[in-house]
Design a protein around this ligand. Structure first.
Ligand SMILES: [Zn+2]
Length: 330
């Protein structure tokens, strides 16, 4: 017969004692909070043998967009632009909304998302500099992007426009984190035009933007952005997605690129776009001249009323006469 000898085991060292170096500062312990129930499963009531039964089922996962790590880097908190930025913008929300806007306008999610460029993190860097903003890959890895945004520019935005202008610039720069560029051969104006097209579609176009013909189709920014918007409305929804996708792997060759996508070269598309602007401008002039003639009628009417008042007649007479329907018309 063997005898069991019971010994008290030595207490294991705590993980903290194992990992902390002797002089390393230890953060204060977290407060104890009641655990929240995780709602990972959807509950459904089902009848079985006349009895109610609770069945748990996991919903089918739908393809979703990638979710990059979002980071903020700023040291210049005493710059007046920092005060403007943080008074109007929640950076966490602003960056995540910018990612959502860009991905939903340029892509549709799939299981693998291998049609979307790799972008593992986006860091917003706020600092004093000339210009507005630029986007670059990080020094270590091109899949980690940095959006550099000028605090001097932010500080100069008129107060009524601060929130929307900051978000508009963030969306524009966020496009550069996710768009294809024909392995570096796409025209710069097309790249910038796609960025402003997305900003326009996200409802963040500034009030001074306007559609304009003349010049080159790839002059960039909103000039090209509105052209792309016209292509989207004329050649079909998703046309700009197609343009971006066609810039994925192949080098850019202008004639083939546009012919293959829309059956026409880009100069012809640009001419048609300019033609549509002429039509639009004619329509605008028509509306303006009709508004002007209406305004003239109103003034004439007011003058006649004033004259009538001076002549001793009642104030409303002229307008009653003028607006009275003709009873004789069938
Ligand atoms: Zn840009």
């Amino acid at each position: 017969m063997t005898r069991t000898v019971r010994t008290t085991p030595k207490p294991l060292p705590t993980p903290l004692a194992m990992s902390a170096a002797p002089n390393e500062p230890t953060p204060s312990p977290l407060p104890i909070r009641p655990k929240e129930e995780a709602h990972l499963f959807k509950e459904e009531g089902r009848k079985k043998d006349g009895r109610e039964e609770k069945v748990t089922s996991r919903p089918h996962p739908k393809p979703t967009f990638p979710t990059p790590k979002l980071r903020l880097s700023t040291l210049d908190l005493d710059h007046p632009g920092s005060n403007v930025f943080f008074s109007n913008t929640n950076p966490s929300k602003a960056l995540s909304e910018a990612v959502d806007a860009v991905l939903s306008i340029l892509y549709q999610p799939t299981k693998t998302n291998d049609h979307i460029p790799a972008c593992r993190s986006v860091t917003l860097c706020l600092h004093a500099m000339g210009g507005v903003a630029y986007t670059t890959g990080s020094d270590l890895d091109g899949d980690h992007k940095e959006i550099h945004f000028s605090l001097d520019y932010i500080n100069g935005i008129p107060s009524a426009r601060q929130k929307d202008e900051v978000q508009g610039v963030l969306v524009h720069e966020m496009v550069h984190c996710w768009q294809w560029n024909a392995v570096g051969t796409a025209p710069g104006g097309l790249i910038e035009g796609i960025a402003d097209f997305v900003r326009l579609k996200a409802g963040l176009s500034p009030p001074h933007w306007k559609k304009e013909g003349g010049g080159q189709w790839d002059a960039g920014y909103q000039h090209t952005g509105y052209f792309l918007e016209w292509i989207e409305s004329t050649c079909g929804r998703g046309s700009v997605r197609k343009i971006n996708h066609a810039l994925k792997d192949k080098k850019y060759a202008e004639d083939d690129f546009w012919e293959q996508l829309f059956g026409k070269n880009v100069s012809l598309l640009w001419k048609e776009y300019e033609g549509s602007l002429d039509e639009e401008q004619k329509m605008t002039k028509k509306v303006e001249s009709s508004a002007e003639s209406h305004e003239k009628d109103r003034k004439d009417n007011a003058e006649m009323k004033e004259k009538g008042r001076k002549d001793g007649r009642s104030e409303g007479d002229e307008s009653v006469e003028k607006d009275k329907p003709n009873d004789n018309l069938a």
